[in-house]
Ligand binder design. Structure first.
Ligand code: ADP
Ligand code: ADP
Ligand code: ZN
Length: 212
């Protein structure tokens, strides 16, 4: 099963990706996490990606496509995968299709839809683990011990690009560049839309139901 997760920033893609990958018994990757790993390790790619991410705009397609297609080529992903945050442009979607053409492309695009105001509210309270990148929320889903990741003990911090100045730009970019990807998969008959406004549990159940 080859699944992608689409949705505006703060929709709950990262929160739900682990559950979906567990359910399908496949691996998962998030393009944003891969970029942040590169930033943390001070790679050339990280330096380049940061210059875009800090402004809330997309990293160029050629760089992003190379990164994700490289990950997809690894044998671990042969059984299937869950991709969170890729593709985010129609160019990326076409590259993914081309790369998977002998396997018939992806199987399913899950679109988690939330209104803009809810994205803003969620991102304002989001914290993530510096080590494993698991997302938390200061009121909805805080870690058991403040500032410490439940899963790995890493430091929990607020992303620079979750500041309100940058969030507005990221939402604009979603509607301009990523919303057409939703229409692209709808056109292929591979899209399922999920209302992302319920609790984490409810949205998770709706996603699992969509997989069945
Ligand atoms: P995305 O990966 O789509 O940007 P995240 O999974 O990081 O979104 O979630 C964004 C923020 O909203 C996090 O702080 C997360 O804890 C919180 N969150 C996720 N799902 C829900 C939900 N259903 N209701 C309320 N808050 C949520
Ligand atoms: P969110 O979880 O809020 O949706 P991400 O962590 O997925 O945010 O992405 C953070 C930033 O990383 C984006 O604003 C963008 O700069 C960059 N990025 C992530 N995925 C992609 C992609 N597929 N194409 C281009 N840029 C990306
Ligand atoms: Zn962690």
């Amino acid at each position: 099963m080859k699944v992608i997760l689409l949705g505006p920033p703060g929709a709950g893609k990262g929160t739900q990706a682990a559950r979906i990958a567990d359910k399908l018994q496949v691996t998962r990757a998030a393009s944003g996490d891969l970029f942040r790993d590169n930033i943390r390790n001070c790679t050339e790619l990280g330096k380049l990606a940061k210059s875009y991410m800090d402004r809330g705009v997309l990293v160029p397609d050629d760089v992003t496509i190379r990164l994700i297609m490289g990950w997809l080529d690894a044998p671990e992903q042969a059984k299937g995968f869950v991709l969170d945050g890729f593709p985010r442009t129609v160019g990326q979607a076409e590259a993914l299709d081309k790369g998977l053409s002998d396997k018939g492309g992806i199987d399913l695009a899950l679109y988690i839809d939330v209104p803009k105001a809810e994205s803003v509210r969620r991102l304002a309270g989001r914290y993530i683990c510096r080590n494993c990148q698991r997302p938390y929320h200061e009121t909805v889903s805080p870690p058991a011990k403040q500032g410490v990741c439940d899963k790995c003990g890493g430091e929990v911090y607020q992303r620079d690009d979750d500041r309100p100045e940058v969030v507005g730009r990221r939402l604009e970019v979603f509607f301009e560049e990523t919303k057409p990807v939703v229409d692209y998969y709808r056109g292929l008959g591979k899209l399922k839309e999920i209302n992302g406004e319920g609790s984490i549990e409810d949205v998770g159940n709706a996603l699992v139901a969509a997989l069945e």
